[in-house]
Design a protein around this ligand. Structure first.
Ligand code: PEP
Ligand code: MN
Length: 340
């Protein structure tokens, strides 16, 4: 059960609510986010929720039977839209395109990339500066100095910056340069990192773990929300299965399931989901059909020379063609949804 508290509820009014919950054997957790105050009450005896709704501290009360509470669509029926400023948003009736290199390499690369994105009207650029690599000998990223020029060059052209944060201790140093913090698949259940991102007033894109279930992804999102940050974007990026014909199995089933279970926006990452550039276009268009709010794509001016993930990166020409197909598919879907 989610109890939304009035912003101006007094201590005394809150205490009467807590006493009532205690008397009915509920366990409860107080949550304060940038947007509201909540009490999450679990367990407990049967109760007529109107008796809670009538208390002075209470703005609204919702019976939510899901395992996850705050991220559930059972209480917040309207979709969450993540506003990034300058009319850039993720979620609901707009299909977002996030594109950029797997890794930030140098200034020239970022400048060429952001010029390309700007020409293509793509307003969110990805690029890792701290790279989680399976091998310790692989390229590990240009670090905070790289993030500084990545951010400065993008912001000159009003392009938003998304980059992966791998440890809670780095959040503060990265904060001024980042528009969206990305949590990678390997950190999807790093609960200390998720708690720390709950304290941040910038959006978080949370990826599904390498072998994470949908339930686990939602629990991870619940950590961030209950930590205080409501601005979360979920990302399906493929899971590890027995199949070896591609890098991961992009689980597009997850999109309609998440649509049903949560009010949070869902984007798909076909680059890591397939690992193969030939598969990016069909799986991007399939992501659109599955109801995703956007895709995140790896692109590179010269994929053969990319320091990481060249095999799954589109070149500029391929991205340009795909962008045209995305726009046409968006129009088609608007038309279709308008008819039914
Ligand atoms: C990435 O997007 O840079 C990345 C490392 O992806 P994932 O965490 O999904 O493997
Ligand atoms: Mn990559």
């Amino acid at each position: 059960m989610i109890i939304q508290l009035k912003e101006n509820a007094s201590y005394k009014e809150c205490d009467s609510l807590k006493e009532m919950l205690d008397s009915k054997s509920f366990r409860f957790t107080e949550v304060k986010t940038q947007l509201g105050k909540y009490l999450i009450a679990l367990g407990g005896n049967e109760i007529d929720i109107r008796s809670i709704g009538n208390l002075r501290a209470v703005r609204d009360v919702h019976a939510v039977n899901d395992k996850q509470q705050l991220v559930s669509s059972k209480w917040k029926t309207s979709p969450t839209i993540i506003q990034l400023g300058n009319d850039v948003q993720i979620g609901h009736e707009s299909f977002s395109l996030i594109a950029g290199p797997c890794s930030v390499e140098d200034k020239v690369q970022v400048e060429e990339m952001r010029n390309f994105l700007s020409d293509q009207q793509i307003d969110i650029m990805r690029g890792g500066v701290f790279k989680p690599r399976s091998s310790p000998y692989a390229f590990r990223g240009v670090g905070i100095e790289g993030l500084k020029y990545f951010s400065a060059l993008c912001h000159e052209k009003n392009i938003k910056v998304i980059t992966e944060v791998m440890e809670a201790e780095k959040i503060e140093a990265m904060y001024p340069y980042v528009d969206i913090f990305q949590v990678g698949a390997r950190n999807s259940q790093n609960f200390n990192l998720l708690d720390a991102l709950g304290k941040v007033d910038k959006p978080v894109l949370l990826k599904r773990g390498l072998s994470g279930t949908i339930n686990e992804l939602l629990y991870s999102a619940e950590y961030i929300f209950s930590g205080g940050n409501e601005r979360i974007i979920l990302c399906e990026r493929g899971i590890r299965t027995f199949e070896t014909s591609y890098r991961n199995t992009l689980d597009l089933n997850a999109v309609p399931v998440l649509r049903e279970k949560t009010h949070l926006p869902v984007v798909v990452d076909p680059s890591h989901g397939t690992g193969k550039k030939e598969m990016i276009e069909p799986m991007t268009l399939a992501s659109m059909m599955s109801g995703a709010d956007g895709v995140m794509l790896e692109i590179h001016k010269n994929p053969e020379k990319a320091v990481s993930d060249g095999a799954q990166s589109l070149n500029f020409k391929q991205m340009e063609t795909l962008n045209q197909k995305i726009k046409m598919t968006s129009e088609f879907l608007k038309d279709l949804n308008g008819k039914f």
